[in-house]
Design a protein around this ligand. Sequence first.
Ligand code: NAD
Length: 477
Amino acid sequence: MERFQHYIDGGFHDGGESFESIDPATGAAWAVMPAATEDDVNRAVDAADRAFAAPEWAGLTATARGRLLWKLADLVAANAERLARLETRDTGKILRETMGQTAYAAEYYRYYAGLADKIEGAHLPVDKPDMQVWTRREPIGVVAAIVPWNSQLFLSSVKIAPALAAGCTVVLKASEDGPAPMLEFARLVDEAGIPPGVVNIVTGFGAACGQTLTAHPKVARVAFTGGPETARHVVRNTAENLAHVTLELGGKSPVVVFDDVDPDNVANAVMAGIFGGAGQSCVAGSRLLVHADMKDRLLDVLKERAEKIVIGAPDAEATQIGPLATRAQLDRIEEVVAKSLEQGARLVTGGARPEGLEAEWYYQPTILDCSDPATASVRTELFGPVLSVLTFRTEEEAVRLANDTPYGLAAGVFTNRLARAHRVVAAIRAGVVWVNTYRTISPIVPFGGFGRSGLGREAGAEAMLDYTRPKAVWMNT
Ligand code: NAD
């Protein structure tokens, strides 16, 4: 079995404890991972705290920090296949997707490399002739970054890159489910010549490792991606030290399809929105809201295409859907689908595990026609390949249904009528709205949720400022 280690203070170490990681494609253990104890986490935070003030890091110019980030981006790009294969092995996400996300991670490092020396203070023209006043933007301190198991390499880049660009230091806790790509990424941090302690990477279980990290008095900023329940723990943990927190949480994103579009064109975006990553994506377009006159035509196309999706080993070229990442995921999906059928949902396609595959953790692309918005699959974030369908007759009804969720991460709107698109975009409560497309992202564009989908934004230039704090300087001249 392969063995992985933590990266703390520029060195590789076994954790105080360890656990076996399961390959979701086979259900068998394939690697031994370190599990951070309280001591390991404390060592990592202490290292980050020392590195924050050390001349090797604090003494670098912003341009020099940018160069280091650019080097890291080059290394991520050069090692993309190795990183992607590890992510595929450890999470079951198909190779085409992990390759794509690794390329994105490199882009995010490049974007923030370019922004490092564009963090500017301001001169403030106060109404006092004998005073000069200006602001300095200073790095906030030690950042605790916590990521979930889906897309760890990518989700961590959105935290590590702006934090380093701003001059912070980082302790990243990789998810206990599928940490291999992050522990391998640590080698690239080392190779890039980033000074010891500036980036520390550990993994371990939420209760022990995540709790200690987010409650640590030396942590100034927590950047968390995960589920809403864990987010509440994180907020409680940070309350004692009043650490700054951003939360990227779940979603139940609506895809609204009006009756003026061609169902053939829309179907691919709807399918990619829900079945990409086997639905294990925070922005999965899991609620299809379709105009009643368009429903049958669109469902016919979706059913036909869903049934042609190739389910199989995540590293096989032809595979379009791989296994779910964990057994718990499968159990939850089966339970909610069964409950939805009991509540009166109609099964359009899927609804079962496919036969003839090596492991049990696969689930068919599933479409449920739900006439009742209270159906379990309409309300619950499933994090699986399950599309719940509702219909509407008017624009007002479409908006009401779209907003009928405590979440507000993303939404899709499909219409060819310009004025309608503008009205619906304005009325939908979500942090990202895609019009006539779905799930496109860029490092330049802010990302984050409304309501229970989160707090704060990642990506874009503004998000980097969250890793700084302004210091106002008054000088009597
Ligand atoms: P999770 O909340 O169970 O775990 C996320 C991370 O938090 C893991 O690393 C876990 O070990 C850690 N953790 C657990 N308990 C903790 C505690 N008490 N203190 C600190 N950390 C703790 O989420 P998950 O099941 O790994 O991931 C799925 C969730 O993540 C879904 O809700 C999904 O929508 C969300 N997600 C959001 C985004 C986004 O950008 N908005 C992206 C991907 C996933």
